[in-house]
Write a protein that binds this ligand. Structure first.
Ligand code: R5P
Length: 317
């Protein structure tokens, strides 16, 4: 669909060109010609090569690995648009990096998620559109309107197509993720279980208690981020030990740092399903048990609704 008489402008950073193109295709709006390049010392230089004066602009950029470079690109593109008299700038951040630093874990530590929110706002963003924030409260770190989309409708559709729902149990891999997992369990009318990780004494290994009935069930782990893969691999082992027949995982953001892909490939996880909020590497695409669910349609539709001042939350009714 064409949004707002074509008056919107989509500007892509370098973090996820495939997703940006998918969004542009959905909106039938070409990506705005722009150059985002480096000087010899790796400073970032941006040039918007089309008129954007008075335009409703959307900058598409995940602050994924290399996080600091991609964040800086987002800030500099936003500054370029502001100085080019764009009427409104929406930072579309499918994966919001630094989100896990959303509180002080100890004395004399930063709240980096808040700092990043300040930087994006001060660069000139008027709105933020993001997906499955690590904690919903991060919306409050921005003093500009922030829409937090959910991948769960896409995941629910996929799960309904692939599983006999009468055999499924949804599992949160930690206590912090219960709200997210409960939401998905409700959508597919499945029971919920929770993994409670505990280190009884310092220096002893973590004990994983499974709360809820998983024996004889196909377990679907639900979380926002898979990073090293450790949480998922350990959770899969704990569930199989408790009698689960198979373990799958649906995780929004495939951060997949370091040896994560190898760890997951070698694990007892039947399949890990991630979205393309972070551009999948070749290794991710080649992995035998990792599958990518595209989210360009969801983000494209949210952009179209934002441009037309229509409800975004009704996407999730
Ligand atoms: C933590 O609170 C997040 O929701 C994820 O569970 C965590 O980031 C996963 O990390 P890893 O894959 O390194 O265990």
């Amino acid at each position: 669909m064409a949004a707002n008489n074509g008056a919107i402008k989509l500007v892509a950073g370098n973090s996820n060109p495939q997703l940006a193109q998918g969004i542009a295709d959905y909106l039938k709006t070409p990506l705005t010609k722009a150059q985002v390049r480096r000087f010899a010392d790796m400073e970032i230089f941006v040039e918007i090569q089309e008129n954007v004066r008075g335009a409703d602009t959307f900058v598409i950029q995940s602050t994924s690995f290399p996080t600091n470079d991609h964040l800086m690109e987002l800030l500099i593109i936003t500054d370029a648009l502001r100085r080019s008299s764009a009427s409104r700038i929406t930072a579309v951040i499918p994966y919001f990096g630094y989100a896990r630093q959303d509180r002080k874990p100890g004395p004399r530590t930063p709240i980096s998620a808040k700092l990043v929110a300040n930087l994006i706002t001060h660069a000139g963003a008027n709105r933020v559109l993001t997906l499955d924030l690590h904690a919903g409260q991060i919306q409050g770190f921005f003093d500009i309107p922030t829409d937090n989309l959910f991948a769960s409708p896409e995941m629910t559709r996929d799960i309904k197509e692939r599983f006999d729902l009468s055999k499924v149990a949804v599992v949160s891999p930690d206590v912090g993720g219960v709200v997210r997992a409960r939401g998905l369990a409700k959508r597919i009318n499945a029971p919920l279980a929770i993994i409670d990780k505990r280190r009884e004494r310092a220096g002893e290994s973590e004990v994983m208690n499974v709360i809820g009935e998983v024996g004889g069930h196909v377990c679907i782990l639900v979380d926002d981020i898979v990073d090293s893969g450790g949480t998922l691999v350990n959770a899969a082992d704990a569930l199989l030990k408790e009698g689960a027949t198979e373990v799958y995982a649906y995780i929004t953001h495939g951060v997949l740092s370091g040896q994560a892909v190898a760890r997951i490939t070698a694990s007892r996880l039947k399949e890990l399903v991630i979205t393309d909020s972070i551009q999948p590497t070749e290794a991710v695409r080649a992995a035998r048990n990792i599958r990518v669910l595209p989210i360009a349609t969801l983000i494209g539709e949210a952009i179209a609704r934002t441009a037309k001042e229509e409800s975004v939350s009704s996407l999730f009714d």
